[in-house]
Write a protein that binds this ligand. Structure first.
Ligand code: ATP
Ligand code: MG
Ligand code: MG
Ligand code: MG
Length: 466
């Protein structure tokens, strides 16, 4: 069996042997880029190089980049536990050309690596290109000899890649692996492509443009290549398993989650969610994020509270989540020494959050169970969602996660109304306080009436009477 660690090394070696500089993963919090919540792709640390604003001593690079997709433009939080291929945290293997090679070489490298080095059968591989990209289509069909029956052209939604609202972008070509007819799902571009049979493994992005704030595309000075392949998806293919959650690394993390929670059923969805979330939580903390009530800190808190709730579902009423840290360090510490260095800090922060949420989780769950039991509707009332959020520290996506398990939805309009009423009450109270009071805008991070505010956009105007 090829282990995840061996695959990571094999990829880096392959491109290093072809004059690519080995560049270490950058942190999850992008340096000097407030437009981006988290590093969500290998190219993020090279953004300025792609834009031609920064020069490096090399024009080819290879990396294995830690990524989080749990908020912002690429958000896979809702997919975790529901698809076989999505994580909140994953590693993206990538090779990059900064104005050096372009489509022809990028496609040839990818094909050679998959079919010769890893010896994957070409009949299992499906290729897509952007509808208008004749150049890439010709390379695949005429030069590589890809089979036209496993080749298709797709629209901008999937085959035009951009990092965020602005920045480098361009058409892309994707490589999918067919996990076999036992698994539901159609080929790329077909109406049921969202199944897990054909799993996208590698995206080759041909960066030709920069998109500005108005949406205008301008050609980049030197066309470049950015590729990304999910290490966990590749490991699943190479280890002959369908789900990412069955690869070596996840089997051991799920074992650790099973021990920490006392749940013996390794197939249990909650164990997968917990195993996924320990990676994003631990690496976010390693990279300097702490749980809080806004921005990045709030995303981290939402991830942790979801994991804690899944543990509660398995019967854990005392802290368990921090106990997965040693297993994670054993699994990933060799590749990420920063995780080893921070592991005590990570355990402490997670334990604190567990203790904090424990105070309200059980009561909140009881309230929610009662509300659901008395429900004549398929939607949980906005009032309840608000109360859970406001009084019990349940982020709305956590309540939605529980609702989804029970085939229910949330009344989000009602929630927004309750939120607006709350704001109105706060405003009225502040006026009532009169001029003697001092208004402080505490933007969502206050303890108010003993409650916690846990919404990204909430702005509470508190009144301080001297
Ligand atoms: P999908 O369509 O499956 O959601 P994507 O098109 O959003 O994937 P890209 O943005 O093209 O993904 O990222 C490049 C590669 O990173 C993908 O081909 C895949 O192998 C991997 N990848 C993307 N998102 C995830 C995720 N949430 N978990 C694990 N691997 C991922
Ligand atoms: Mg995606
Ligand atoms: Mg895709
Ligand atoms: Mg893609």
């Amino acid at each position: 069996m090829t282990t995840s660690a061996e695959l990571r090394a094999s990829f880096l070696d392959y491109f290093a042997q072809r004059d690519h500089e080995r560049v270490p993963s950058s942190p999850l919090v992008p340096a000097n880029d407030p437009t981006l919540l988290f590093t969500n792709a290998g190219m993020v640390q090279f953004k300025e190089v792609f834009l031609g604003r920064e020069r490096r001593a090399y024009n080819r690079a290879v990396s294995s980049q830690r990524c989080v997709r749990a908020g912002g433009k690429h958000n896979d939080l809702e997919n975790v536990g529901y698809t076989a291929r999505h994580h909140t945290f994953f590693e993206m293997l990538g090779n990059f050309s900064f104005g050096d090679y372009f489509k022809r070489e990028a496609i040839a490298f990818a094909w050679d690596y998959l079919t010769r080095v890893l010896a994957l059968p070409p009949e299992r591989l499906w290729i897509t290109v952007y509808t208008e990209d004749d150049e890439a289509a010709d390379i695949w069909l005429k030069e590589i000899g890809a089979d036209a029956s496993r080749f298709s052209r797709c629209g901008a939604k999937d085959n035009f890649w951009s990092m965020g609202e602005t920045g480098p972008c361009g058409p892309c070509s994707e490589i999918f692996y067919d996990h076999g007819p036992e698994i539901p799902g159609g080929p790329p571009g077909s109406p049921d492509e969202d199944g897990d049979r054909y799993v996208e493994i590698w995206n080759l992005v041909f960066m030709q443009y920069n998109r500005d704030a108005e949406g205008n595309l301008t050609p980049l000075p030197r066309p470049s290549v950015d590729t990304g392949m999910g290490l966990e998806r590749l490991a699943a293919v190479m280890q002959g398993v369908h789900s990412n959650y069955e690869i070596d690394l996840f089997v051991r993390l799920i074992d650790a989650a099973a021990r920490a929670t006392g749940c013996a059923d390794r197939e249990n969805k909650s164990l997968r969610v917990i195993a996924d979330h320990i990676r994003s939580a631990a690496f976010l903390i390693t990279d300097g994020v702490t749980p809080g009530n806004e921005g990045r800190g709030y995303v981290l808190r939402r991830i942790m509270r979801r994991a804690i709730r899944h543990g509660y579902q398995l019967g854990c009423t005392t802290p368990f989540f921090h106990r997965l840290v040693p297993a994670l360090v054993a699994e990933m510490g060799a590749a990420y020494p920063e995780l080893v260095a921070s592991h005590e800090h990570v355990e402490r922060i997670i334990l604190l959050e567990e203790e904090r949420f424990a105070e309200t989780l059980e009561h909140g769950m009881r309230l929610l169970d009662e509300a659901i039991a008395g429900l004549g509707d398929t939607r949980i009332p906005g009032e309840t969602v608000f109360k859970l959020y406001d009084t019990y520290g349940f982020p709305t996506d956590l309540t939605a996660d529980i609702a989804r398990e029970r085939g229910l939805a949330l009344d989000m309009d009602g929630f927004e109304q309750a939120m607006a009423q709350q704001r109105e009450r706060a405003r009225a109270a502040s006026q009532f306080g009169g001029p003697a009071g001092l208004e402080i805008d505490v933007k969502g991070e206050t303890e108010f009436c003993g409650y916690e505010r846990l919404h990204e956009e909430v702005t509470v105007v508190a009144l301080y009477s001297a």
